[in-house]
Design a protein around this ligand. Structure first.
Ligand code: ADP
Length: 372
């Protein structure tokens, strides 16, 4: 019930309640001690200055005084007035709290108005952080941080949608153009039919790989990742699966590692190492090598994949984890990559609360390190 009221009204009501309790206690105590005092005064025995009995040698009993009507009226007035003043003090205190909280909460109201004016188009504009160094300043700072992250997420989503549309449009345009050109001539040889069908087939294959990769990327969050798995077994399987590809490029694949158990999803982690080792072979030179190492460090598993390939420029090391980003666009496309491999790897590593980073390999090429 109290939660539905504004903060200002709530603070005022709470302070009125506290004030009422304190004032009531004080008024009751004052009334009690005033009444005791009046009783004591009225009970004081009145000793006559000289009485006839004294003179006759008789002992006179002290006179007992009952409260007079004047005294009773005075007591009632005291009680009434004390409660009246108490009500005035409580009302005054309540009003004062209402104005003070109004002033105190003004920066918060202004901040909330500025926050209301935020839309997806002006998320990058920062709110001015007050110099007060109080809660409002820290709230403004946190809001700016959150807007910045949201802005980045929106921009990334936009880039993702644009790149996805572009990737899907390219093969469709090729197929459409080929068919249009084909239709312009009334008759065709069997070879021409064959060429057209091959083109359509290769582009539809590319489209279906792209759609599958996109679906895989978006379905990672829904997968269970609490199995106990051996990283050594996964890496050994991936190395075995990719040994033929490595041999076709005369690349030496070397794996060394200690037994390492982690909690996660086996098929997702298999995909991580498959993508990384496949890239290390794809972007390598003929006769190069790929070294895979698995070690246990501070209760975490560290997997490094070092290649002797083309390497990745420093300024592009963050970008390669974005969907559809390719360092050498035409070369990567030629190799059949949709540019979603590392984005998927990053999403899976994030799901396992791990980290991935890329460095230069001192002997040329790059080293991808995954920590889980
Ligand atoms: P792709 O499907 O194009 O391989 P990825 O997401 O796997 O997409 O990789 C993104 C880009 O990062 C690649 O196009 C390539 O330019 C670069 N890249 C990835 N791994 C390596 C590597 N080991 N050496 C050099 N460049 C790499």
């Amino acid at each position: 019930m109290l939660n539905k009221l504004s903060l200002r009204l709530r603070l005022t009501l709470i302070s009125v309640l506290l004030l009422t309790m304190c004032c009531l206690g004080l008024t009751l105590l004052l009334n009690l001690s005033a009444s005791n005092m009046a009783n004591t005064i009225e009970a004081t025995p009145l000793t006559p200055a000289a009485s006839v009995g004294d003179m006759l040698g008789e002992i006179m009993p002290p006179m007992v005084v009952t409260p007079s009507t004047t005294s009773q009226a005075a007591r009632r007035t005291f009680v009434n007035e004390s409660f009246l003043y108490m009500a005035f003090i409580v009302a005054g205190g309540g009003l004062l709290t209402w104005f003070i909280t109004g002033r105190g909460l003004r920066p918060l109201r202004e901040l909330s108005q500025q926050m209301n004016n935020r839309t997806v188009h002006n998320l990058s504009e920062e709110l001015e952080v007050p110099k007060s160094n109080d809660e409002v300043a820290s709230l403004t700072y946190s809001f700016n941080e959150m807007s910045h992250k949201l802005d980045e997420a929106f921009s990334m989503q936009k880039r993702f949608a644009q790149s996805a549309a572009h990737e899907l449009r390219t093969p469709l345009t090729v197929i459409k153009t080929k068919i249009e050109v084909f239709r312009k001539r009334p008759s065709h040889t069997t070879d021409e039919y064959e060429t057209l069908l091959n083109t359509i087939e290769s582009h539809t294959r590319r489209l279906s790989i792209l759609v599958k990769d996109l679906l895989d990327l978006t379905s990672i969050d829904a997968v269970e990742s609490e199995q106990h798995i051996s990283l050594k077994d996964i890496l050994q399987n991936v190395v075995d699966e990719l040994s033929t590809l490595a041999a076709s490029k005369d690349i030496a694949l070397a794996f060394s590692g200690e037994e390492c158990q982690v909690a996660g999803n086996e098929s997702l982690l298999h995909r991580v190492f498959y993508n990384l080792i496949e890239n290390a072979i794809k972007y390598n030179q003929v006769g190069g090598c790929v070294n895979i190492r698995l070690v246990h460090k501070k209760s975490q598993a560290v997997i490094s994949i070092a290649d002797t390939g083309t390497g990745i420029p420093k300024e592009e090391r963050e970008l390669i984890f974005e969907p559809f980003y390719r360092v050498d666009k035409s070369r990567s496309r030629q190799m059949g990559g949709a540019g979603l491999g590392l984005a998927t790897v990053k999403a899976i590593v994030d799901k396992h609360k791990g980290q991935i980073l890329v460095e230069d390999n001192p002997g040329g090429g790059s080293i991808f390190t995954v920590t889980i």
